[in-house]
Design a protein around this ligand. Structure first.
Ligand code: 7TS
Length: 415
């Protein structure tokens, strides 16, 4: 693997934008392969945030003074930048949240409580992250609605063969992960959204793993809600959002009550502000939004097609090299075109946590565990897996270091 250039992306050059990558861990240069959990931040994001706090910090929408006006402008400009990245024309449809988990809970509490009745159904899949399971379980307990699940096939792709049976006039919402965090499987959400709409159901797409890695154009997904996390796309933790179709968001009761989401308050009742404020109670994470806006600009600058092509190159190379390692099982679709840059694997009967610890001793960061997808692990018949996940700053040499580490682990465990 000689060339680091993939379709206009030079990861070796981009690495210089990420100060954290220039360090040794346990005496070895860091190889960061835990990007599905959280990504590193480029200097542009760090500087946008520190610049905001050094120059403009104040509360938004409240003051007439100059700093408050600047803070408000920076906050709303960030919303425009993120909306533009995702092809969202009306940035008022983009609600800031702390991330995907909060965005899904917002929909479950606000839309779900208002719209679901006993006997109604929410269709999920067995591959969902806990953040797209537990809020619906809680909603089902509150409302008497029922949860149903799309299964996976032997390559952990969604099995849509019985979708017509699962989707009925009782189905009120379908909520599906776009890209599985545990496997990298890319799901046909556009097709599922069309089938959901055909029975009158709404469609939520959990975009936590697609927003950072695929050139997502939200309107063309044909869904009603899309959720994402800032920290997985070069932005700060505690940021992210919910996109919803205007008429759906406008019909939803507020999630939280408080400052900024009101129009007029009486002692006994209130009227609410227009979108997006009516779903954003309280002082928001202004500095975080500014950082996420800078992250959106950074990703647009690198080019999202280039990011996908680069991750595909790393994925194909890693899958090819992993095939050389005896006793190694890779989960998920065999065709790299059906997956993103996530590789979930096990090595013989070595516990993934032990593997993670051995690799960490060599400065290689992977994740080991159930990846917040316990039902999927059970369905696959494993307790946990090791997971390597790529981003725009990973290079083929990172894959080589991982392979060397896996070979050493095999020897250590006498495989
Ligand atoms: N949905 C998916 C598909 C995810 O991958 C995650 C986080 C979430 C929802 C929740 O996002 P949050 O930002 O609100 O926490 N996934 C992971 C992971 O794979 N390892 O750590 C977090």
């Amino acid at each position: 693997m000689s060339s680091l250039l993939t379709a206009g992306l030079d990861a070796e050059v981009l690495r210089a934008d990420f100060p954290i990558l220039r360090q040794e861990v346990n005496g070895h240069p860091l190889v960061y392969l835990d990007n599905a959990a959280s990504t590193q931040k480029p200097r542009a994001v760090i500087e946008a945030m520190s610049g905001y706090y050094e120059r403009d910090n104040a509360n938004v929408h409240r003051g007439v003074h100059s700093l408050s006006v600047r803070a408000t402008d920076a906050f709303e400009l960030a919303r425009e930048k993120v909306a533009a990245l995702f092809g969202i024309a009306d940035s008022a449809e983009l609600i800031w949240t702390r991330g995907t988990t909060e965005a899904i809970n917002l929909v479950a509490w606000s839309w779900g409580t208002a719209n679901l009745r006993p006997g109604d159904e929410v269709l999920l899949s067995v591959m969902e992250h806990h953040s797209n399971l537990v809020p619906w379980q809680m909603l089902a307990q509150r409302t008497g609605a029922k949860l149903r699940f799309i299964d996976v096939d032997d390559q952990q792709r969604l099995d849509l063969s019985n979708l017509d049976d699962l989707l009925t006039e009782r189905t009120k919402l379908v909520s599906i992960v776009h890209v599985s965090n545990a496997l990298g499987t890319i799901n046909p959400v556009r097709e599922i959204a069309a089938r959901a709409h055909a029975v009158g159901a709404l469609m939520l797409v959990d975009g936590a793993q697609s927003a950072p890695h695929l050139p997502v154009d939200v309107p063309s997904l044909g869904c009603d809600f899309y959720t994402f996390s800032g920290h997985k796309m070069c932005g700060p933790t505690g940021t992210g959002g919910l996109w919803g179709r205007r008429e759906v968001l406008e019909a939803m009761p507020p999630f939280h009550g408080g400052g900024d989401m009101i129009e007029w308050v009486e002692l006994e009742q209130s009227t609410y502000a227009p979108l997006p404020n009516r779903l954003e109670a309280g002082t928001p994470h202004i500095g975080g939004a500014v950082g996420l806006g800078a992250a959106a600009e950074y990703l647009a600058g690198v080019g999202r097609d280039a990011i996908l092509a680069h991750e595909r190159m790393l994925l194909s190379y890693a899958l090819e090299r992993m095939a050389e390692i005896p006793d190694l099982t890779v989960y998920g679709p065999r065709d790299p075109a059906e997956r993103s840059g996530v590789i979930s694997f096990t090595l013989g009967d070595v516990h993934p946590h032990d593997l993670g610890t051995i690799l960490d001793a060599e400065g290689i960061a992977i994740r080991a565990g159930h990846h917040c997808a316990q039902p999927l692990m059970r369905r696959m018949g494993v307790g946990s897996t090791a997971r390597a996940s790529f981003y725009l700053y990973n290079v083929p040499a990172d894959v080589d270091r991982l392979m060397d580490g896996l070979h050493r682990a095999r020897k250590l465990f006498g495989l």
